[in-house]
Ligand binder design. Structure first.
Ligand SMILES: [Zn+2]
Length: 151
C-alpha cells in the first residue's frame, strides 16, 4: 500500500506538538522538532538570556604603557570581569576603564562605534584606536543616542 510505504513505521513527529514532520517542508531534518516549535524554542532561549542579562556595556579601556591608544570594546553586565580579563595579560594590572556606556545592545553599538572610529583615524588595530579620548567618548555617546534613545 502506497499509504503504508510513505507514512508507515518510519513516520516522524515533532516532540513538542506531535505534528508529522516532512523534511525540507516543516522540518529541517535534524532534531525531531518542527520549524515553528524550533523557532519558538530559540525565541524563548533568547528571551531567557536577555532576562538573565538585561544589559551590557560599551567601554573605553586604557593602559598607561600605550598612552596614545584607546581600546573600545563591549561586554555583558559584568564589566569588572571584563577588566580582570585584560589585566591577566598585564603584570602591573594597570588596565583601566575610562568610560562605561550602559546599553541594551552592546554588540550593535560596538560595531557602529568601531565603524565611525575607523573613519576618524587612519591608525587603528582591531579594537584599538589612536585618537583623542574626548572624540571617542563623543562618538560613543552620540551613537548610543542614535541607536537606543531615538527608537
Ligand atoms: Zn512542533
Amino acid at each position: 500500500m502506497v499509504w503504508n510505504r510513505n507514512f508507515g513505521s518510519d513516520i516522524k513527529t515533532c516532540q513538542k506538538c506531535e505534528i508529522v514532520l516532512v523534511k525540507d517542508t516543516n522540518w529541517g531534518g535534524k532534531k525531531y522538532i518542527c520549524r515553528p516549535c524550533d523557532a519558538e524554542k530559540s525565541r524563548l532561549a533568547r528571551l531567557k538570556k536577555k532576562q538573565e542579562n538585561p544589559y551590557g556595556y560599551v567601554y573605553v579601556v586604557f593602559n598607561p604603557a600605550w598612552s596614545e591608544w584607546y581600546g573600545v570594546g563591549k561586554c555583558d553586565h559584568n564589566h569588572e570581569g571584563r577588566l580582570a580579563g585584560y589585566n591577566v595579560s598585564s603584570p602591573l594590572r594597570d588596565f583601566r576603564f575610562l568610560h562605561l556606556r550602559q546599553c541594551d545592545e552592546p554588540k550593535i553599538l560596538e560595531d557602529k562605534v568601531h565603524e565611525k572610529l575607523r573613519k576618524r583615524t587612519p591608525i587603528s588595530k582591531k579594537e584599538w584606536f589612536m585618537l583623542d579620548f574626548k572624540t571617542i567618548v563623543d562618538i560613543i555617546e552620540e551613537t548610543y543616542e542614535e541607536e537606543e534613545l531615538n527608537v
